[in-house]
Design a protein around this ligand. Structure first.
Ligand code: OXD
Ligand code: MN
Length: 602
């Protein structure tokens, strides 16, 4: 039951109930009692595993269905009224047709299940920058994850009041139960029936058939990126796939950095970095999403709309990200990791040995197991995740929930490139920075299920899967924001931590040592260091990016700082081919930047 008198909400809930025919409706309030009750029910049904209370207090593990382990970009739709408003990077279906199809699927889809109504706020409850959403879902796993990732509370309904507006987010696992039918451990629909649909003109989200991550926790990718980016484009602000961090120097001067990298390219690691530069300290504001608006002083202010981290588990270790490990030491949810016999969790590259346990497919597993081709069988899925409360992060910034946000000094773009792209370069100006962001490229990762075997993905602003409208209009919006911010616009840099030697060795130590590169950027902002001009941008003068004490052979450093114009020309051809897709929606500034870059490289 609920006490809300918000008619739009009551009508919508009644409509969805009539369409989906659940056994019952439960209004969620985000309380500890609710969390514990649902976890208890899921442990009893076999969906959740309660972890060892001493080693991992108040924490649970889940295994998904092997067909439901990541976002599915091929089944994700931007159903704008006109096809040309979705653009070449999105899948489009006519909204009327898509609604017809999905209503057919939704009809009776919650039979035998409970329908949860989850009021949530992205951003601090009541802040003028925040947005209210209400997710309806038949997955208790979604409810408990939303408790951590968003702000789920009765207070949201108070803020909504009788006539406030909210973003309706409808989700079902798409697996109705007949009377007496036994439920599967992870109900979901087959891939061809999954739909992650967005109706940007209506601020409406409909998701069917997947229970995993961004497909199902609709506040995150669907609301805070796809719908929010479309709203931001209309309203003059920015919703970006960016971490936010504060970097404070020994004198106490604070720099705020927002950095865009594709999924599974180390945003969480960078957001919680342990600085190796003496006296400089990183504090985390967010690890995945930034909402940014110009403030009264004309600078760009950012908030993290989320309340938790949905981090990639494999590779998270004491050496790579001790702060993420600390964030999930208790009160955490783990999905698709190994559960050890003493009911703790493990994943590949955790930095500790594991003798075996139950793998993500719920089978007995030991690290020496091999598949038919002799390759090691991984215990944790490469896209396995931890869901952790941001407030448990030992380096969470005191301003992480400040409704006014933090002023951004620096934008960083990048991706995973084992060749071609040097460790760091700086844009000549903001428009050049926009070009860098718009042509950011990365080798694919496991965060999306269906990218296929592409060697390189050009991923504008790491937003390709998350831009809720035409990517050409989105790029134009970046230029427009630059114009509005003028000389208060953040400085733009491009980094690549992932260069390898020909024999496959990492060239750069990465992790905490990345602080050296961040410090060089801050020194640039303060005018303390100079640059050498290269065809692709400004680069550090030898000796001014401090590499003292690193075990870094001179030839490796030279390689990291090299601009190989021949290799770069190939990347430019790839970018040009990619940009042609935008036709007359390609901003003229992009064409200008591309032509200038080609001239500089020739
Ligand atoms: C994420 C993603 O889950 O980008 O953050 O896939
Ligand atoms: Mn992400």
């Amino acid at each position: 039951m609920t006490t809300t008198k918000n008619q739009k909400l009551l009508n919508w809930v009644a409509e969805v109930e009539a369409m989906c025919t659940p056994d019952k409706v439960v209004w969620c309030n985000g309380s500890t009692e609710e969390y514990d009750r649902l976890m208890g029910e899921m442990v009893a049904s076999g969906m959740a595993i309660k972890l060892n209370e001493e080693k991992r207090p108040n924490s649970y593990a889940f295994n998904s269905d092997p067909s439901d382990v990541a976002r599915v970009e091929g089944r994700t739709y931007i159903a704008s009224l006109k096809e040309e408003d979705a653009g070449p990077t999105n899948n489009w279906i006519d909204p009327a047709e898509l609604k017809e199809t999905m209503k057919g699927l939704y009809s009776g889809c919650m039979k035998g299940r409970t329908m949860y109504v989850i009021p949530f706020s992205m951003g601090p409850i009541g802040s003028p920058i925040s947005k209210i959403g209400v997710e309806i879902s038949d997955s208790p796993y979604v409810v408990v994850n939303m408790h951590i990732m968003a702000r789920v509370s009765d207070k949201v309904l108070d803020v909504l009041g009788d006539d406030g507006d909210f973003i309706p987010c409808l989700h079902t696992v798409g697996s109705p139960l007949e009377p007496g039918q036994e439920d599967s451990r992870w109900p979901c629909a087959p891939i061809e029936k999954k739909y992650i649909a967005h109706f940007p003109e209506e601020n409406l989200i409909w998701s069917y058939g997947s229970g995993y991550g961004g497909n199902a926790l609709l506040g995150k990718k669907c609301l805070a990126l796809r719908i929010a980016s479309a709203m931001a484009g209309r309203e003059g602000w920015m919703a970006e796939h960016m971490l936010i961090l504060r970097f404070t120097n020994p004198e106490g001067k604070k720099f705020h950095i927002a950095a865009a990298f594709p999924s599974a390219c180390g945003k969480t690691n960078l957001a919680m970095l342990q600085s190796t530069v003496p006296g400089w300290k990183v504090e985390t504001i967010g690890d995945d999403i930034a909402w940014m608006k110009p403030g009264p002083d004309g600078r760009l202010y950012a908030i993290n709309p989320e309340a938790g981290f949905f981090g990639v588990a494999p590779g998270t270790a004491e050496y790579s990200n001790p702060m993420a490990l600390a964030s999930c030491r208790k009160d955490a949810i783990f999905t698709n990791v190994v559960v050890t016999p003493d009911k703790d969790v493990w994943w590949e590259d955790m930095g500790v040995e594991c003798a075996g346990g139950t793998d993500w497919k719920n089978n007995p597993w030991t690290p020496d197991m091999k598949d038919a081709d002799g390759n090691p069988i991984k215990g944790a899925h490469p896209n396995s995740r931890f869901t952790a409360r941001a407030e448990l992060c030992p380096v969470i910034c005191e301003d992480w929930e400040n409704p006014a946000g933090v002023p951004i000094d620096i934008f960083v773009f990048g991706g995973k490139r084992t060749t071609t792209v040097p460790l760091v370069h700086e844009a000549f100006d903001f428009n050049h920075g926009v070009y860098m962001g718009a042509t950011a490229s990365s080798e694919p990762t496991a965060a999306a299920l269906d990218l296929g075997n592409v060697a390189l993905r050009i991923d504008p602003f790491a937003m390709t899967p998350f831009i809720g409208y035409h990517a050409g209009d989105y790029m134009q919006h970046w230029f427009d924001m630059g114009e509005k911010l003028g000389d208060k616009a953040p400085r733009c840099f491009y980094v690549n931590w992932f260069r390898k030697t020909d024999d496959g060795k990492w060239l750069w130590p990465g992790f905490g040592e990345n602080s050296r590169v961040l410090k060089w950027m801050c020194d640039r902002v303060e005018g303390k260091v100079g640059v050498r001009e290269t065809p692709i941008g400004y680069m550090p003068i030898d000796g001014e990016l401090d590499i003292d004490g690193l075990d870094l052979p001179a030839e490796d450093w030279a390689e990291l700082m090299k601009v190989d114009t021949d290799l770069y020309k190939k990347t430019v051809i790839d970018c040009e081919t990619f940009l042609q897709k935008f036709g007359d929606k390609l901003p003229v500034q992009i064409t200008e930047q591309l032509e200038n870059l080609k001239k500089r490289l020739s």
